[in-house]
Design a protein around this ligand. Structure first.
Ligand code: SF4
Length: 457
């Protein structure tokens, strides 16, 4: 098995507010609908009459706040997170009260009511904390098909019974299982971490295609920052959280004093912008998740604006470096808040951004590894406790603060020669173990931490 995950899987175009609770469930529901379509049971004499969905564990606890039921409805209808209009997805479950029908796979209309999505937060399936089961029945109530899916973080899904290793079947020319092996490849071939990732990507894409797709990832991130910096008003969900990025941008544009260094505040504004767009259900790139989607774009914007000589073309190196680092977390620990707490979402995102920036600033592979390690080390133990089950508090601000940590980690690493005591592999393994030890209430259930100590108004 190799750790590498393609940039186009790690940075997937999706919808807010959550990769594991919105994007993953939508993909699972779309896969289920497509299977029914392929089986011919949408068009035969005794077609599917009803579909029932059960959301288990974390999907059951915080699914409503994360838009999971609407994502299920959209997925069953045949929408994909990459192309769906956010307006069509948002509120799709609530709209069933007025019109309890669903066009399965866009082909076959069935009755579908809000209660056809059932919440079982107390039941955690052994495969993963984020699980859902979809059942299709005929007009006599007889089961036609049933599938269980796990939403394993970052929008990735696994169907129960499928292999755990999605990457294992791909013959990457530069395989590595951990950071040490990745650095050894750099040493052996005299190349950078980004070039290791590049060699792997070129096994699947031509260089032109690869660059075009990397540029699309960046332009989507950039569009998200731009939209967020212009967004005003209250975020949905009932917490009455006000968007702040646009006001912060206006404040910073009004600064005239040369003594006021606004660099860090701009970094905050970029991250707030993305995470506010995410909380509003807008178009977002998982990086590597939606909840932590602000850090990689914010640090890229920082590099573009404040690091001399950096252009959008250089961001290909940034994204490829971040991909290699993010792959290590996905393979050897987790990128799921429901599995490892927030250390498993914001921690990897911060490490990816720190590594990418360190590469842009001329860091060696060992300095880049050190930057990623520093960034992750100081997120160890971070719990996931979103108030009201919404990806707003503490998530939005947490991305802003982690963006500054990423820049600090990159710059700190550049002052050394890459030699350091705690390896990236050790800190990833520590995150994995800490996630296993962490009480379930701190893993995206909204049953602990801030979620129970702050009164919702
Ligand atoms: S607290 Fe962290 S892991 Fe939990 S939803 Fe927010 S960003 Fe995601």
């Amino acid at each position: 098995m190799t750790a590498y995950v393609s940039a186009f899987d790690l940075f997937s175009l999706g919808l807010g507010p959550s990769s594991s609770h919105t994007v993953g469930p939508m993909r699972a529901a779309a896969d289920f609908a497509a299977r029914l379509q392929r089986s011919g049971r949408l068009a035969d004499d005794d077609p599917v009459a009803r579909v029932h969905c059960v959301l288990f564990g974390s999907l059951g606890s915080t699914g409503i706040g994360h838009g999971t039921p609407s994502a299920i409805v959209a997925g069953l209808t045949g929408f994909s997170p990459e192309t769906a209009d956010p307006h069509d997805v948002r509120g799709a479950w609530e709209r069933l009260d007025e019109d309890p029908t669903l066009n399965l796979a866009g082909e076959h209309s069935i009755t579908f009511e809000r209660d056809d999505i059932e919440f079982q937060p107390r039941t955690r399936l052994p495969g993963h904390a984020n699980a859902l089961t979809l059942t299709a029945t005929d007009a006599h109530g007889k089961t036609i098909a049933e599938e269980t899916y796990f939403s394993i973080g970052g929008g990735f899904i696994r169907r129960d019974g499928d292999s755990h290793s999605e990457a294992g079947g791909i013959g990457w020319p530069m395989p590595f299982t951990n950071s040490e092996a990745m650095i050894a490849l750099c040493d052996q071939h005299g190349i950078s971490i980004a070039e290791v990732a590049l060699a792997n990507e070129l096994a699947q894409h031509s260089l032109d295609d690869l660059n075009e797709r990397l540029d699309l990832i960046w332009s989507t991130m950039h569009d998200c920052v731009t939209a967020g910096l212009a967004g005003h008003g209250e975020l949905p969900g009932g917490l009455h959280v006000q968007r702040r990025a646009a006001q912060l941008r206006a404040n910073l544009e009004a600064v005239t004093s040369p003594d006021h260094d606004t660099t860090t505040e701009w970094l905050h504004a970029f991250a707030l912008a993305v995470n506010e767009e995410n909380a509003a259900g807008g178009r977002v790139v998982t990086a590597p998740t939606n909840g932590a989607a602000g850090i990689v774009p914010a640090v890229a914007m920082y590099a573009l604006r404040f690091v001399p000589g950096v252009t959008a073309t250089h961001l290909r190196t940034y994204l490829l470096t971040a991909t290699a680092i993010g792959s290590l977390f996905k393979a050897n620990a987790s990128i799921s808040g429901a599995e490892a707490g927030c250390q498993g979402e914001v921690g990897p995102a911060c490490a990816m951004a720190a590594a990418g920036l360190c590469a842009l600033l001329g860091g060696t592979p060992r300095q880049i590894e050190n930057a990623a390690e520093i960034a992750m080390e100081h997120h160890l133990g971070l719990t996931c406790d979103p108030i009201g089950g919404l990806v707003q508090v503490p998530c939005i601000e947490r991305n802003a603060i982690a963006s500054t940590t990423a820049v600090s980690a990159a710059r700190l690493a550049l002052h050394g020669d890459g030699t350091h005591l705690v390896s990236l592999d050790a800190v990833i393994e520590t995150m994995r173990q800490t996630g296993l030890d962490m009480n379930t209430k701190y893993k995206e259930t909204s049953e602990g931490g801030l979620a129970v100590n702050v009164i919702e108004c």
